[in-house]
Structures are given as structure tokens and as C-alpha cells.
Design a protein around this ligand. Sequence first.
Ligand code: SF4
Length: 493
Amino acid sequence: MIQDTTILDCYTDEPAGLGVPPFVGVWPRYVAGLSEREPTYLTIDDLRWIRYLEHRPDAVIDPPVGRTHIEALNHTRKAEEIRHILETTERLVIIAGVQTPGKYLSARPGTLREVNKLLTSFAVRKVLTGPVLTAGTQVRGGVRPQLPQAEDYEELRPFVFDSYEELQPFALRGATLIGQMPNMPNRIAEIETGRGCPREKGCSFCTEPLKHAVQWRTARHITEEVRTLMDLGVRAFRLGKQSCIYSYEGGDPQKIEAMLSALAMLKPAVLHIDNANPAMVDERRTELFVRYLTPGSTAAMGIESFDPQVTRANNLNCPYEMAFEAIRTINRIGGVRGENGCHALLPGINILLGLAEETAQTLDRNLAALQQIVDEGLLVRRINIRQVVPFPGTALYEQAGQRYLRRNRRYYRAFIDEVREEIDRPMLERLFPIGTVLKDLCSEVHNGGTTFLRQIGSYPILVAVAERLPLGERFDARVTGYMRRSLTAERVR
Ligand code: SF4
């Protein structure tokens, strides 16, 4: 048991599981559950905030001119309290690990270098945990991961549990930690439904098979945790901590329905999913997700490449035709607009750059496939393109490292620009026609007189309103135009 503990949340982003605000990851909750008494909760933003104030005592997080300082936005308390906690805590459990780095609207994950530097003036016992202990962390795509140096910490402490039966009391007890998290009514809790990768041999780049053997969490355990969190005021949930939600309990539709229907009975405001393996997408399972989830959900599919050569070389799980079949199936069943202005359930596509055997033609093939999606009239909620980070222990790290990234990097900018202009733009017009009213948007950050808002859920569209609205509140807005990967809109409520 950890005692007299302070948690320092530097945020996590893994192939299975997101813990960057507004998402509340499982790591801080589980670690809190290990403690006899509830630990104090701090974020990397707290460390940055006290440092800012040392240099500029009049610093403000959301200045009237320029951008909101997202790197300190999720601070939890006053500077003097943060300092007092760091000066008096017995041990500081640092949670870190970004292994699928993305762009984050209203938070910035901490790096190991940063956190160690910010902690130099505090004589605190540092315990490092989180995904970082498996293969490292990196907040930028396409570069080497940062690996923890044992001498920088008093302890490197993996958080391990053998079974979900063993985890359950910690998960339930740790739920109360959300009471210390900032902006709570606008947060969404990541919920774990399983771990490990059901494929015999994983994809070349992925850290998930390195971490766990496959195990599914029972519907009873999942529902119990969601109920506990709802009792504490959480209203939005994403079934995101698993490699593929369609594979839950081996893909058994009865078990999927038992889990989803039990959750839907609790009537959360948002119930969404994340990862889906295209090989497991079929009509029956998709119907279940559409029936029980709240609208605006995304089944994010790690297609990674539409080039058969790259698919083979990296043992990817999705041949070209299979990807299209999955996209068509989800469109057929989930492509109906819900009352919040979004479609019930749409596919998302992940494209990964820098995989083994990638050539300039790979990018052409990717673009042609995405163009085919547009030409077929299909809907895709978002296309995520990122440069791979070859993490130690993965086949990609052993076999190719950064070779393909180095060779092909010069092509990436043009490819991404083409996707954003030629694919995203017509897709956005199709997804959110002018006049569509999007409900319950949360105001997250400012840039001068513009407010950026999103619905709470998995992969919500970014909406810009040319008004300086108070942050952390909910609004409805009507779509008026399109920007790169986002919408402009006018407030209607
Ligand atoms: S299917 Fe591939 S990307 Fe998904 S968890 Fe398994 S190894 Fe990782």
C-alpha cells in the first residue's frame, strides 16, 4: 500500500487508453485506489503554474489577448497550496506515458525531462509509474522515445494486477479522486473493458501486446465502476481502454449487449467507444453499439496504411477491402443523425507514417483510398495521421527503427496537406452541412475574441465561435463554415 502519497498526473495516451484532459484516464484512479487514504492530486499544469508565477507574478492563464495557456489550464489549486503539498508530501507518484502522441486542444502532457526539471527545487521522493515504464514516452511523433533513467527516481514502480477481480476494489476506491480534478462537470471518464491484443502476433509498431496478455473485464465490474463514478458526479464515459471494443469477450454479441445495456440503463449523458478492429466489425455488433451508445461516437480503426506492401511488412490487421467493408457497414447502420447534431456512430481512420517498407507510393495509395471513400459517398468522422514512434521492444524498433521516417519525411507535409484539403474538406461539408445545430458544446479555450468548443465525447469536432464566451460552459451553435479540421459556427444558445 502506498501511504501519504501525492499523485502527479502528467497525462497518458496509449494505443488503448487516453488520459489527457478532458479525458480522465484510469491510471490516476487506479493508483489512488492503492492508497489507504485518498492521495492528493496534482497535475503537471500545477508545476508549470507555480513556475510561471515565480517569473511573472501577474501571469494569467486565459489572457484577453492571444491564446489560453493550455499548459497550465488544468491546474488544480492555488500556487501556495501546490508548493505546500510538494514541500510536505512523503512521496510523489508521477504518472506519465504518451505512446500515441496527438494534438490536444486544452492540455499538454508532461515530458520526463520537463517534470524532473520542474521538481528540482523540491526534496521529494519520486516514484515513476504509468505506460512510460513499458517502452518509454514521446509527446511528438516521428522521433525517439524518452526512456526513464532509474537514477532520476527513487523508484520505478509498475502498476500491475493479475486479474480484474483483483483490480476492482482499487478501481472503485480510486474513483473518489475525481473530486480533486479540475473542470469536472466537463470531463469524460475513460473506462477499461479489457487489455492485451487479441491477435496472435501484434502490429509491428504497437506497445499494447508488450504490456498484457488478453483479458476481458466483466460487465458487472464495468457497470459497478461507472455507477460509482456517476454517484460522484461523472456524466460522460468512453469505453476506450481496450485494443478493440468489437472484440469484447471474443466478440460475443450477447456479452457485448449485456455490458452495453447495463451501462445504458444507468443513463449517462455520454456513452461512447474508441478502438475497433475492422476485422471484427459486422452488422450485428454495430447495431448493438448504435442502439446503446449516445450519438456522436466514433469507432476509431487502426487501418494505418492502405498499401498492401506496408500492411504485410508490419503485420497490420486490415487489408484494403476489409477496411472498406467495415467503413461501409458502420456507415449503413450508424450514419443517422442524432439529436445532438452528430451521426450515431461513424468510423474514424488512423494512418501511420514511417512504417516498414513505406515508399512515396504508399502515400499515393493512402490518398487514393481516402479519395475512394469520398467518391463512394461514405462518411468518416476523422482521419488521424501521425508519424510513428518506434518504441523499444516493438518489431518496428528492432527491424527498421527510424529508417523509413528519415527516408520519407520529406513527403509527409504535402501528403497531409492534400488529405486536409481534398478529403477532409468535402467530408466536413457532408458531415456537418451549413445550418446544422450542434448541441451541448463545451467552451474549452480562447484565442483572442474566438472561443473554441467541442462536444464531450470521443473525437468531437472542433467548433470556433467568433465570440469570447466564458470557458467551461455549454452552448449550442449553428454551423456557418469550414476551416482546416474544424467548423465555424454562431451561437444559438
Ligand atoms: S491490433 Fe495492432 S494496433 Fe491494435 S492492439 Fe493489436 S497490435 Fe496494437
